[in-house]
Design a protein around this ligand. Structure first.
Ligand code: ACO
Ligand code: ZN
Length: 174
């Protein structure tokens, strides 16, 4: 079911057949499917209660993308942290991108772009001063996505991931 808050992306896989992808808020019933996308598309796995606590605490910026038959094909989730600013000791609200992923078959259609722009817009309700995220230094696709939104690399977190890969710490002031 749709609401006026949903966003629709129309795409075609064979020119005659236009199909919609809907971007909407995540619900409790969606979590299993969100976890499935995460497990297929990202090496970082989290336990169910981790997703649940993010949904409980920051529901405005937890969004899913669904295909024409309602199957979840992508998601984005953020948490909000009150920590010192990137370049001062002042405490600020940071929107921290926890995770974004889109199933391979639905990539390059603008789904991640819509998930990013809608969730960043919704995060304004939490009065965000800075957006932050970590991304694998080898993940050009995601880095391109973040640069498209004007995120800049602030620093490198050496050996940030369990397999030893480093992360770019990217930030954006809205
Ligand atoms: N090569 C280069 N750049 C790409 C590619 C690609 N294959 N795919 C997307 N991009 C970049 C481009 O800049 C693109 O903008 P453009 O189409 O205007 O050129 C931009 O990303 C947005 O493209 P979308 O179609 O909106 O992105 P998509 O829906 O395909 O999803 C995503 C991008 C989420 C990174 C997807 O590739 C994915 O799920 N990857 C695996 C999971 C992942 O790496 N997630 C990020 C981890 S970091 C974190 O979560 C904090
Ligand atoms: Zn992080």
């Amino acid at each position: 079911m749709g609401t006026e808050k949903d966003t629709r992306i129309n795409y075609s896989d064979n020119l005659s057949d236009i199909k919609p992808i809907i971007i909407r808020s995540c619900t409790l019933e969606d979590l299993e499917a969100v976890i499935e996308v995460n497990e297929k598309e990202l090496p970082e796995d989290y336990p169910y209660f981790f997703y649940k606590s993010i949904l409980d605490n920051y529901p405005e910026s937890f969004l899913v993308a669904c295909n024409d038959i309602g199957k979840i094909i992508g998601y984005i989730m953020w948490r909000v942290e009150r920590t010192p600013a990137i370049s001062s000791l002042k405490l600020v609200n940071k929107g921290h991108l926890v995770s974004i992923a889109v199933f391979k078959d639905y990539r390059r259609l603008g789904v991640a772009t819509a998930l990013m722009s809608n969730s960043m817009k919704n995060l304004r309700k939490y009065k965000i001063d800075e957006f932050v995220l970590e991304v694998r230094v080898s993940n050009y696709t995601a880095i391109n996505l973040y640069e498209k939104f004007n995120y800049a690399t602030h620093s490198i977190k050496e050996k940030y991931y369990r397999d030893g890969e480093s992360a770019y710490f990217m930030t954006l002031k809205p």
